[in-house]
Design a protein around this ligand. Sequence first.
Ligand code: URA
Length: 231
Amino acid sequence: MEKTIRLDKYLADSGHGTRSEVKKWIRAGRVFVDGQPARSADLKIIPGTSRVFLDEEEILPQEEFVYYLLNKPAGCITATEDRSARTVLDLLPPSRRNLFPVGRLDKDTVGLLLITDDGQLAHSLLSPRKHVAKTYYVEYTGILTEQDMFRLASGLDIGDDRPTAPAEVRTAGPGAVFLTITEGRFHQVKRMISAVGCEVIYLKRIRMGRLTLPDDLPEGSWRKIEKGDIV
Ligand code: URA
């Protein structure tokens, strides 16, 4: 049998108003279902089949979860709220959903950040057991020798209880490398680069699992994506 849902819940879930506001709109005759004015809030809607309008605007069914790919700019923090600093959520359209960033980028780090309300997907992307690859474009000061590259790739002591897991390092021009890691330790890239005597001066995440940062997505901009783009 097709899944049905009450009209007031359908409208409230769409983020247009609270349950009591949408009830008022229904009473005021502003809501139409399949071409007819809706008479009661408990009218049964079949999401994806019934056509619901508020005034002239069609109200589409609520997606179960949403996924935003953000090109995080420097200067905003990876948190859901903060007393003084701008957060990554401030860059997205206002939403009633419980959105949160998947993992963390430092305030001065830019690039790919996934924001969603899908806790299960976030959990599996962040699980240490999944070894999800994250690639960073890193600019640094100092000299990175062949031997340093080898140490970065093999795993090295960054002051934790165990060395870093093997990584992939590739030159990206003078003073720059692409570094791919499968862990997500605090300040991991900066600490790895510092462990070989250099210092990160610019850090940008360009890949996480199957997701890559699109070239045409400017810093501070976001794009809605599908779960299928991620896993
Ligand atoms: N590693 C860091 O040091 N900083 C980041 O923001 C991400 C990875």
